[in-house]
Design a protein around this ligand. Structure first.
Ligand code: HEC
Ligand code: HEC
Ligand code: HEC
Ligand code: HEC
Ligand code: HEC
Ligand code: HEC
Ligand code: HEC
Ligand code: HEC
Length: 414
């Protein structure tokens, strides 16, 4: 065979491949991704069957923006990279639907989410590094030093797996590692079939997890002027307004998401709920975050869409003082606990003596509540569920420490 004929054959075959690609590229995406015509009509087929057995799921989908924009059942339920295929009544669907499926159309939101503490750090708060890949840990450490490189939480082994499965994991799985290599669950806030911004904007949606004595954000919000106004004027708000063009005409009363996520009046919206926070308020001793200054500017800019500067600066000034004084109170009691351990009055392990629980409650319940209440307008929480029980516990811990020392002295003297 001559060089010339090989050359012509090559040119012809490249030409044919190119033509094929060009023609294929002009077909609608639903046709090219899916192998045959019945797949194109997937929603009709899936729905007609499933509406008989799970009417509410199909109905929720029908209410969604997805249904209006022609996103089909199969668009979400087909396999994404790393997922296993399963034959299903003439279709091939994925066994699981995770953020891997959502990211195929919403990569921006996925990337923002991935940087947040809702991603890997949430999981690591319970199980430590276990279950996360080295890459996932390294990525997260860039944004939240120490949040993933840690051991499993002590309560996991003390309370046992069955309690952890129905408790800790249900909330912290917002950042679970998925078998397909992605992180997290988008449906914790959006639900599986409505995928709605309206539901995500409701305080009760965040309150699924952000409630209770250790993070009473929902209760604090409900007590705040914002929460009261929301309850009174909810029906006048446009909770379903598109995220890209959200204004104070739509949301003139803020919910959790207005302050922590939304792009109000053209501000930058974000799925990184850490972006506008300047302190690590959940910590035993709260320090400023590395990006504290930018974070405060970003949050204050949100307040500024509805308030004047004086009110905003006053809230931040008062709350910053509360952070300092809470730190001092926690530190004073923490010093007592450290001394007891040094003197051998307490063993090295935590959660073995009642005084350990008193100290844990002091910072984990009351310290946090004081700080959160101060920033988010929860006066009763800052005071009667915060500063006051902190004072009470610190007095009780001092008294118990003396008693324990006496008992320990007696025991060692014997
Ligand atoms: C002919 C009826 C029929 C059709 C068509 C159908 N399904 Fe199903 N589907 C079922 C039944 C019955 C089940 C219960 C479990 C099973 O038999 O697989 C089910 C279960 C499921 C489950 C739950 C699987 C699990 O293990 O939890 C999902 C998700 C699902 N279907 C999605 C779809 C999607 C998406 C389509 C369209 C691409 C579809 N189905 C088409 C009948 C159908
Ligand atoms: C926006 C993406 C999306 C769309 C569109 C979608 N689903 Fe789902 N669906 C999910 C997710 C996420 C789950 C939870 C899967 C999991 O747990 O792994 C799910 C679960 C299900 C289940 C199991 C539900 C249960 O509670 O047991 C069924 C059945 C199902 N979908 C059917 C459908 C049908 C039928 C349609 C179209 C009418 C549809 N889905 C459209 C995302 C979607
Ligand atoms: C096949 C592509 C596709 C997939 C897969 C997909 N979406 Fe969407 N999504 C869209 C389109 C298109 C819109 C409408 C966008 C617009 O109008 O700007 C949309 C809109 C949304 C909205 C805004 C809805 C509103 O009320 O304004 C949310 C929230 C959303 N998707 C979440 C999800 C989640 C969560 C998943 C995974 C469970 C997912 N999407 C999977 C294409 C997709
Ligand atoms: C009701 C939902 C819920 C349950 C149940 C829950 N958590 Fe959390 N957890 C949260 C929320 C929300 C935060 C964020 C608090 C904040 O920033 O104010 C949090 C914060 C934390 C933190 C501090 C943040 C960090 O990364 O260091 C740790 C540690 C933690 N949780 C561990 C656990 C463990 C262990 C369990 C079970 C014994 C558990 N949580 C049960 C919702 C929950
Ligand atoms: C912590 C709750 C929460 C989680 C988790 C979450 N979202 Fe959202 N999402 C929201 C809220 C709230 C909005 C509306 C923001 C606003 O007020 O403008 C939103 C808006 C959206 C929109 C519409 C954006 C636009 O510009 O039109 C899309 C798309 C979306 N989310 C996708 C996702 C995907 C994909 C994931 C998972 C990687 C995810 N979300 C996880 C709360 C969440
Ligand atoms: C499924 C449970 C869950 C839901 C729903 C949820 N969160 Fe969270 N959130 C968590 C957990 C767990 C953490 C703690 C992560 C950590 O620090 O380890 C957290 C942390 C946060 C933080 C602190 C981040 C940081 O950097 O310290 C903010 C702010 C936050 N969430 C806001 C929201 C808002 C706003 C919503 C509603 C739109 C919401 N969350 C919905 C579980 C949830
Ligand atoms: C009016 C605005 C506003 C509203 C509404 C609001 N927050 Fe906040 N939130 C803040 C501010 C300000 C801070 C402290 C910021 C800082 O550290 O600089 C904060 C702190 C937090 C933290 C503490 C994170 C940490 O460091 O431990 C969480 C979690 C949180 N908010 C969740 C919520 C939830 C959930 C809701 C609704 C139930 C909500 N917020 C409502 C403004 C708001
Ligand atoms: C979307 C609009 C909106 C945003 C954003 C917002 N607020 Fe408000 N806020 C209101 C409304 C409305 C009221 C009630 C106003 C009135 O009584 O005139 C209010 C009331 C308050 C009050 C009570 C004032 C009083 O004495 O009655 C404080 C304090 C406050 N906001 C602080 C903040 C801070 C701090 C931020 C940002 C972290 C913030 N707000 C963000 C709308 C908003």
């Amino acid at each position: 065979m001559s060089f010339r004929s090989v050359f012509i054959a090559l040119v012809l075959s490249f030409g044919m491949i190119l033509a094929g690609l060009l023609i294929n590229g002009r077909r609608p995406a639903v046709e090219t991704i899916q192998p045959n015509a019945s797949f194109v009509r997937a929603t009709g087929k899936c729905a007609s069957c499933h509406t008989r057995t799970q009417h509410s799921i199909v109905h929720e989908f029908e209410l969604s923006e997805h249904a209006k924009k022609g996103v089909t059942c199969l668009d979400c339920h087909q396999t994404a990279e790393g997922q296993t295929k399963e034959a299903h009544h003439g279709f091939e669907i994925s066994k699981t639907v995770t953020s891997a499926n959502c990211r195929s159309c919403h990569e921006t939101q996925y990337q923002q989410f991935l940087r947040s503490r809702h991603a890997a750090p949430s999981w690591a708060a319970v199980y430590g590094e276990k279950g996360l890949t080295a890459d996932q840990v390294a990525f997260s450490e860039k944004f939240h030093p120490g949040a993933c490189k840690r051991a499993a939480n002590a309560l996991v082994s003390l309370e046992g797996q069955s309690a952890v499965t129905v408790g800790c994991v249900k909330c912290h799985s917002v950042g679970r590692p998925n078998p397909d290599g992605t992180i997290g669950s988008c449906t914790a806030c959006h639900t599986r079939h409505t995928s709605s911004v309206e539901i995500a904007r409701l305080p009760t949606t965040c309150g699924q997890c952000h409630m209770g004595p250790d993070h009473s954000q929902l209760e604090i919000y409900n007590e705040s002027k914002h929460g009261v106004m929301f309850a009174a004027q909810k029906s006048q708000l446009k909770l379903d307004a598109p995220a890209k063009s959200l204004t104070t005409q739509d949301m003139f009363v803020p919910t959790c998401t207005t302050c922590h996520m939304s792009g109000l009046n053209g501000l930058k919206s974000t799925h990184d709920t850490s972006e506008r926070l300047s302190y690590w308020l959940a910590d035993e001793i709260s320090k400023k975050r590395p990006n504290a200054e930018q974070a405060q500017v970003a949050m204050k800019e949100v307040c500024n869409q509805c308030h004047t500067q004086r009110l905003i600066d006053q809230i931040y000034e008062d709350a910053s003082k509360v952070v300092e004084s809470t730190n001092e109170k926690v530190k004073a009691t923490s010093d007592i606990m450290t001394a007891l351990r040094k003197e051998g009055v307490l063993g090295p392990k935590r959660f073995e003596t009642p005084i350990d629980f008193m100290y844990f409650d002091l910072w984990h319940y009351y310290g946090r509540t004081t700080k959160h209440g101060a920033f988010m307008g929860g006066q009763d929480f800052a005071q009667w569920h915060g500063a006051y029980p902190m004072l009470k516990h610190s007095v009780e811990i001092k008294a118990q420490a003396e008693e324990l020392r006496r008992a320990h002295g007696n025991a060692t003297a014997k």
